[in-house]
Design a protein around this ligand. Structure first.
Ligand SMILES: Nc1ncnc2c1ncn2[C@@H]1O[C@H](COP(=O)(O)OP(=O)(O)OP(=O)(O)O)[C@@H](O)[C@H]1O
Ligand SMILES: [Mg+2]
Length: 237
């Protein structure tokens, strides 16, 4: 059984159906990406997996357990972490305090300290600025903090919602390199990205979402070389 299995998931905001019956799976150790245009339902999908939204129908299985009806905190404790769209760091708290909050469900103080060190190794700038208010960080640095914070729950599956949003090409490269490093260290990743070319280049599998449905699935390389994907998402004609 895959680490994450999503079967015929439907999610609605009142009468608006944002996710219209999607199915996909994420095997342990993989990077899987969801790409698609604005409003396709990518964020809605991640928020539902996190327990922040309740599906209309569909079954979500994570690490052998059904997630339907399980609360958001419990889902984090089970090993599913979410770095949300727009980062949502706590601007008045320091970098270190933000990282500590990512470990709020843990009681293993020494290991938490080690994991904070690990976040600083992954992103040295965060270590240099550890006492600084998080709101004073640049956009790219805030993205690093959001990823570092999500990792503080020691997730089996890390969900990243548009980590490259608003970043310079160099910062974006840094984030993509970090995703590769995390994968090499054994973290399974579900990556939502507008930057289809960067996401597909490093993904094992990808799914194209269009108005609430998955229109195309394949390996990262298959989608990267698919003509319809190239036209619609990679700006080629
Ligand atoms: N709180 C909400 N209330 C009503 N409709 C919503 C709400 N949040 C999202 N929607 C609608 O659901 C659909 C899917 O939105 P979602 O945020 O999941 O898209 P997305 O694929 O993440 O897009 P983007 O790439 O722009 O982030 C959109 O039509 C959006 O307007
Ligand atoms: Mg979104």
């Amino acid at each position: 059984m895959a680490l994450l299995e999503v079967e015929d998931l439907r999610v609605a905001y009142g009468k608006i159906e944002a996710v219209k019956g999607i199915s996909f799976r994420v095997e342990a150790g993989e990077v899987v990406t969801l790409i698609g245009t604005n409003g396709a339902g990518k964020t809605t999908t991640l928020r539902t997996l996190s327990g922040l939204l309740k599906p209309v129908t569909g079954k979500i299985t994570f690490d052998g357990q059904v997630l339907n009806g399980v609360g958001a905190h419990k889902i984090v404790a089970m090993g599913l972490a979410h770095s949300p769209e727009g980062r949502r760091i706590f601007p008045r708290l320091s970098i270190e305090e933000n990282l500590q909050l990512g470990a709020f469900l843990r009681r293993d103080g020494d290991a938490i300290t080690k994991d904070i060190q690990r976040a600083y190794e992954l992103f040295p700038i965060l270590g240099e600025r550890r006492k600084q208010a998080a709101g004073t960080l640049s956009g790219g640095e805030q993205q690093m903090l959001a990823m570092g914070r999500a990792l503080m729950s020691q997730p089996k599956l890390l969900m990243l919602d548009e980590p490259s949003m608003g970043l310079s090409p160099i910062m974006m490269q840094k984030i993509m390199t970090t995703i590769r490093e995390l994968k090499a260290q054994g973290t399974t990743i579900l990556l939502v990205e507008q930057n289809a070319s960067a996401a597909l280049s490093l993904a094992d599998h990808g799914h194209v979402m269009e108005i609430g449905k998955i229109s195309l699935s394949g390996t990262g390389q298959e989608l990267l070389h698919d003509e319809s994907v190239r036209k619609a998402y990679l700006g080629e004609d």
